[in-house]
Design a protein around this ligand. Structure first.
Ligand code: NG1
Length: 450
């Protein structure tokens, strides 16, 4: 774990504000091993907190102003006032993640407490590549919220804080699930986590020490303020529409209860198994729907428009607009959930070859059914497998970013050399900073100033 990051933040704090910081917070990024786009569908994920982090050095200040310097975003002081509805910086600006975390705390306090909240000065350092599917954004949201809590000597249980932060991050415009914030707050060294949702639960899964996790960055940036944001939210809308369609199929089979997210089918009154969920998702939906077909199937146009609007997709796209791939999306989600459950058992038994197979299946499904891959990611997966990985797949939201690779620890050197010297890859990717091993790291925590 890079203590140099904490030192950098603390040193820069002294330089910028002329006095020492009072404390530091460090929050890890994450790599997701399996379970992509399952979290907001209420189904499990298998991520790991990694030793790439955001570090904040901070000090309370009088008044409601929060001032921040981001060392990776120029050295300018940016600031805002704490308020129940904090106006946003321009779309995509890093300050929005700080605002998201802090507003997320304020939203949960009673009005009196909220009124009494004073601000702080902060310096932020980080070494998580941005827009690379490694959750630099959630690490910043969580670290900012923890900073405000510490300034006011408040503690909040980690599960509760993770739930608050999942919702808080919607401030920036994504309709994400809760994986990133949860692993950031609950991760453990030497372990992955199986995380379940609604309610949030996390179980550590021991990571076999004979195997390393290596990340390969495609260099393709999935900007969560631009097209990747629209594509992400569109997937979320397709899944919610798929839920509506499946509810109708269940009603036709005599079920009176309705579910909201696919994962609700695991619980009463349904008590479906993961396999039954998969079978239902595979059999009851068509791959693709036109807008008019959705409206017809769901009976009311306003319902469709409401879901689209809720996922920040404006208006009525009509039949000339995009198709809705409800069946394909749910097929991926349901099969992926099954892979998470199986992979957890395989990790417990140390069956890493079979684990690798599931990673490859997960990649194929993300590519073909969820359609979140791109040629550079597919190429990196192929090259990793030729270079000795036991498994490889894209990680995170997709549309760019990193692949995650599982490699025997005694073969990491050869693996790195083989990928870095691969003639098919451009020099921008073979740079050592783009292909690097990571370790399972501890959860976000406070650190004193040394
Ligand atoms: P990243 O890769 O950090 O953008 C996003 C979502 C997760 C999850 C994954 C896909 C946010 C903050 N994170 O992660 O909740 O849905 O995509 O598995 O929206």
């Amino acid at each position: 774990m890079s203590d140099s990051l904490l030192e950098r933040a603390a040193d820069e704090f002294r330089r910028q504000y002329g006095i020492p910081a009072a404390f530091c917070v460090r929050a890890p990024g994450r790599v997701n091993l399996l379970g992509e786009h399952t979290d907001y569908n209420g189904l499990p994920v298998l991520p790991m907190a990694i030793d790439r982090c955001i570090a904040i050095a901070a000090r309370p200040r009088d008044g409601r102003r929060v001032r921040a310097v981001g060392l990776d975003w120029g050295h300018e002081i940016e600031s805002f006032e704490l308020a129940p509805a904090i106006p946003k910086h321009p779309q995509g600006h890093w300050m929005n993640y700080i605002k998201a975390g802090m507003q997320g705390i304020l939203a949960k306090l009673c009005p009196d407490e909220r009124e009494g909240m004073t601000g702080c000065d902060m310096v932020i350092a980080g070494n998580i590549p941005a827009e690379a599917g490694l959750s630099s954004s959630s690490a910043l949201v969580v670290a900012s919220a923890m900073t405000l809590l510490h300034v006011h000597h408040r503690t909040v249980g980690r599960l509760t804080l993770a739930e608050w932060m999942a919702e808080a991050e919607w401030y920036v415009g994504t309709r994400g699930g809760g994986m990133d914030q949860a692993v950031c707050l609950l991760g453990q060294p030497d372990h992955a986590l199986q995380i379940d949702f609604f309610p949030l639960r996390a179980q550590p899964v021991s990571w076999p020490k004979e195997y390393a996790v290596v990340l390969c960055d495609s260099g393709v940036r999935a900007k969560k303020s631009e097209s990747a944001l629209r594509a992400y939210n569109f997937r979320s809308a397709e899944c919610r529409l798929a839920a509506r369609l499946l509810n109708q199929a269940l009603a036709r089979n005599g079920w009176e209860s309705q579910f909201q997210r696919l994962g609700d089918l695991l619980r009463p009154p349904f008590h479906f198994s993961y396999t039954e969920i998969r079978d239902l998702a595979e059999s009851a939906l068509r791959d693709t729907y036109r807008y008019s077909e959705l409206v017809q199937a769901l009976g009311e146009e306003s319902r469709v428009i409401e879901i689209l609007r809720d996922c920040s997709i404006p208006g009525d796209p009509g039949d000339s607009g995009p198709r809705f791939h409800c069946g394909k999306r749910y097929r991926h989600v349901a099969r992926e959930a099954l892979r998470v459950v199986k992979s957890r058992e395989l990790l417990d038994r140390g069956e890493m070859e079979a684990f690798g197979e599931l990673m490859l299946e997960g990649h194929a499904s993300a590519r073909d059914d969820f359609e979140i891959s791109c040629p550079p990611l597919d190429q990196l997966v192929r090259i990793a497998m030729e270079s000795g990985a036991v498994g490889a797949r894209l990680t995170g939201a997709g549309f760019g970013g990193c692949t995650v690779n599982v490699v025997r620890r005694d073969q990491v050197k050869e693996f790195l050399a083989a990928v870095r010297s691969h003639p098919g890859l451009p020099p921008s990717i073979t740079h050592p900073g783009m292909i690097f091993p990571v370790n399972a790291a501890p959860a976000a925590a406070y650190y004193p100033i040394s």
